[in-house]
Design a binder for this molecule. Structure first.
Ligand SMILES: NC(=O)c1ccc[n+]([C@@H]2O[C@H](COP(=O)([O-])OP(=O)(O)OC[C@H]3O[C@@H](n4cnc5c(N)ncnc54)[C@H](O)[C@@H]3O)[C@@H](O)[C@H]2O)c1
Length: 273
């Protein structure tokens, strides 16, 4: 078997939300595969640090692009920067997202719109602008980070689930319309992964243990779990996977039946470990 199994070497890979918990890990793992990493985020300083770190440790070509994904002109400038630097784009990984907590009845309209703007409109703008370049090249791959909560409502999190449900449909539409141009579009649906975005959920060990118990795998996910799946979907090893949505949730989403109390039923995890 080839040592470059994924074949991502020298592939120009754009990662939005690059300095976030998942984005940083994805950029690092792409660089470890000797991909050319375009790290895109709105936070200039950490972005610059990340790109210098990738260049120093992995000796790869990397570019930091300061961009607000909700701003059309900013995204257009980002595409122009990538085109000027590398002449093409092979992979775009949409990761930039936000989460705001509010019960629906207390949610103000501005917050609802803000979440939709980053999580859905931002994914659309990045996809639309880089997509035009991919169509001209006749190849390209999108991987969009959605969430298991795109199918199951994440309560008290305002527009979050609605925004991600939109991402799932956007991805299917991209695949259906642009497949003929050699473009693939797939979704990754994480759940219960520890990152800065979800840190508040894991501050209390009791809450963390309760969350572990709800998964089939009895553990919380890591950014490595996410990056592994992203790299597969970004690479030609998944060349016939198109318009798919892959849950990365340790089996959490199939555990509903397991929550039903069963008289004299199977022993729980605590009694067997
Ligand atoms: N952490 C989890 O458990 C979890 C679960 C399911 C899905 N997700 C999704 O995974 C993705 C990454 O999440 P994370 O946990 O790494 O979050 P994070 O908060 O650590 O990182 C998000 C990144 O997005 C960037 N960003 C936000 N708004 C932006 C904008 N307008 N323009 C450019 N960049 C912007 C931030 O600067 C940050 O670097 C998100 O889309 C999130 O919804 C996370």
């Amino acid at each position: 078997m080839t040592t470059d199994w994924l074949g991502l070497k020298d592939q120009v890979c754009v990662v939005t939300g690059a300095v976030g918990g998942m984005g940083t890990k994805i950029c690092g793992d792409l660089a470890a595969q000797k991909a050319t990493v375009v790290a895109l985020d709105r936070q200039a300083d950490p972005l610059n640090k990340l790109v210098n770190h990738l260049k120093d440790t992995e000796n790869v070509s990397a570019l930091d692009v300061v961009c607000d994904v909700t701003d059309e002109a900013s995204v257009q400038r980002a595409v122009a920067q990538v085109k000027a630097a590398f002449g093409r784009v092979d992979v775009v990984i949409n990761t930039a997202g936000i989460l705001k907590f509010d019960p629906l009845e207390d949610l103000d309209y501005a917050t609802w719109k803000q979440v939709l703007d980053v999580n859905l409109n931002g994914y659309y703008l990045v996809t639309h602008e880089f997509g035009k370049l991919m169509i001209a090249q006749k190849h390209g791959t999108f991987v969009h980070i959605s969430t298991v909560a795109s199918d199951i409502p994440e309560t008290y999190s305002g527009a979050y689930s609605t925004s991600k449900a939109g991402v799932n449909m956007l991805s299917k539409q991209v695949a259906a319309e642009w497949g003929m141009f050699g473009i693939r579009s797939n979704v990754l649906e994480p759940c219960l992964v520890k990152t800065p975005m979800s840190a508040a959920f894991y501050a209390d060990p009791q809450v963390e243990n309760g969350r572990k118990e709800l998964t089939a795998s009895k553990r919380i996910g890591t950014t490595q779990d996410i990056a592994n799946a992203i790299l597969f979907l970004a690479s030609d090893r998944s060349s016939y996977v198109n318009a798919a949505a892959l849950p990365i949730d340790g089996g959490f989403s199939v555990m509903m039946q397991n929550q039903i109390p069963k008289p004299g039923g199977r022993r729980g995890f605590a009694e067997t470990h």
